[in-house]
Design a protein around this ligand. Structure first.
Ligand SMILES: NC(=O)c1ccc[n+]([C@@H]2O[C@H](COP(=O)([O-])OP(=O)(O)OC[C@H]3O[C@@H](n4cnc5c(N)ncnc54)[C@H](O)[C@@H]3O)[C@@H](O)[C@H]2O)c1
Ligand SMILES: O=C(O)C(=O)C[C@@H](O)[C@H](O)[C@H](O)COP(=O)(O)O
Ligand SMILES: [Zn+2]
Length: 358
């Protein structure tokens, strides 16, 4: 079992990463809980929720299943989950288990952060992408005007990553998860970036996948430990998200996967870095890799005004100045303030020059 520790101000927690570890959860908990609420989605429930329920010896284990997909990270579902927690009699000694991808992790984590002012929760990520979302304590729901606008920083007590569950992921979700690993590589590890660019997602072995995830986790942990509440360099983890988040909100949550939106955002980040900083980046390599692996891009010129408007409400915008993460070079991120007018003209150029569609 791979073990990584994340130091955080509230409590430090361990990430256990191992095939079939989902059956071991009771042994890894450091105390007895009065009851346990497993929050999961319709797809994951069918596959894995019984394994978790049956691994507990007692019967105060409840499961609430919500719809799968980004639109579930909503105020309505958040309220519904609080209602279920009250109905099942959860108290301050209860535990929530977030069993699923990043949607469930963010949503259930935010329920845990707010139920009776905060109870313990465990992240059990079941997607590749959730290596990113399960670590660092960012929990949130969406507002129709922007992603993750309602949320908190609230670390889990444990992350249990059963990589066996990744075998059932659809190809589109594999693609989505890799966008975040590519982001991490571009931020901090050019060798990892080269290794990523040399593989094809189809037919990737579980061993290779685990190594990529492990490398991504190490990069993420380093950044969140150094700046838990994102006052400085944690913002680097938003590489590709300025446009990515806006696209998700503009198209309607769930139309693009988070990773698909981030992938387009990474290409835009390169376009701006080249023009704003004179950076020389592996543009063609990345475009080719995205194309080879089936990433999609619905960006069109008529979306620009609305996208800029959404970006102006992003958490990284201060005093109408957009803080965009750019690269001076691979593994050389900086936070660059940009006026909306400038961002708009880059966005138009990105679409007209065709880099977004190459
Ligand atoms: N908190 C953070 O730091 C952070 C970081 C990155 C992303 N996020 C958030 O994470 C979310 C995206 O997460 P995601 O990509 O995991 O999406 P997701 O949770 O919607 O999962 C993607 C799809 O895969 C299905 N699925 C999950 N596990 C499966 C499995 N093992 N087998 C088969 N199907 C499975 C789900 O039911 C869903 O349909 C976004 O809301 C994003 O904003 C948060
Ligand atoms: O952990 C972080 O910090 C990240 O930025 C990770 C991102 O991949 C993730 O999508 C995150 O939810 C974005 O944060 P937000 O504050 O821009 O909502
Ligand atoms: Zn992300």
């Amino acid at each position: 079992m791979e073990r990584l520790v994340v130091n955080s101000s509230l409590q430090s927690y361990t990430i256990y990463m191992e095939e079939k570890s989902r059956f071991k959860i009771p042994k890894l908990l450091k105390k007895e809980y009065s009851s346990i609420l497993i929050i999961t989605d319709t797809n994951v429930a069918k596959l894995y929720s019984n394994d978790i329920v049956s691994s507990f010896p007692h019967d105060k284990v409840y499961v609430v299943v919500v719809d799968a997909g980004e639109q579930t990270k909503s105020l309505d579902t958040f309220y519904y989950l609080h209602t279920k927690a009250i109905e099942y009699g959860l108290d301050r000694e209860s535990l929530i288990i977030a069993l699923g991808g990043g949607v469930i992790g963010d949503l259930a984590g935010f329920v845990a952060a707010t139920f009776m002012r905060g109870i313990d929760y465990v992240q059990m990520p079941t997607t590749i992408l959730a290596h990113d979302s399960s670590v660092g304590g960012k929990v949130a729901i969406n507002h129709e005007k922007g992603k993750n606008l309602i949320g908190s920083f609230y670390p889990p007590i444990l992350v249990l990553y059963d990589t066996d569950t990744l075998k059932t992921l659809p190809a589109r979700e594999v693609r989505s998860g890799f966008a975040e690993i590519i982001k991490e590589a571009m931020l901090a590890d050019s060798d990892l970036f080269d290794r990523l660019m040399s593989v094809s997602l189809e037919g990737l072995t579980l061993e290779a996948l685990n190594l990529f995830i492990y490398s991504g986790l190490q990069i993420k942990i380093k950044l969140v430990e150094a700046d838990e509440k994102e006052t400085g360099n944690r913002k680097f983890l938003n590489l590709g998200h300025t446009l990515g988040h806006a696209l998700e909100a503009k198209l309607g949550y769930g139309v693009l996967t988070h990773g698909e939106a981030v992938a387009i955002g990474l290409l835009f980040m390169i376009y701006v870095s080249e023009r704003e900083l004179g950076a020389s980046l592996p543009t063609e390599t990345l475009i080719k890799w995205f194309k080879k692996n089936g990433y999609i891009n619905p960006l069109t010129l008529d979306m620009v005004d609305e996208l800029v408007e959404i970006i102006l409400h992003d958490k990284k915008t201060v005093n109408q100045k957009i803080q965009m993460i750019l690269l001076r070079n691979l593994a050389g991120p900086i936070i660059q303030p940009l006026e909306a007018k400038k961002l708009k003209s880059y966005l138009q150029g990105f679409i007209v020059d065709g880099i977004s569609k190459r």
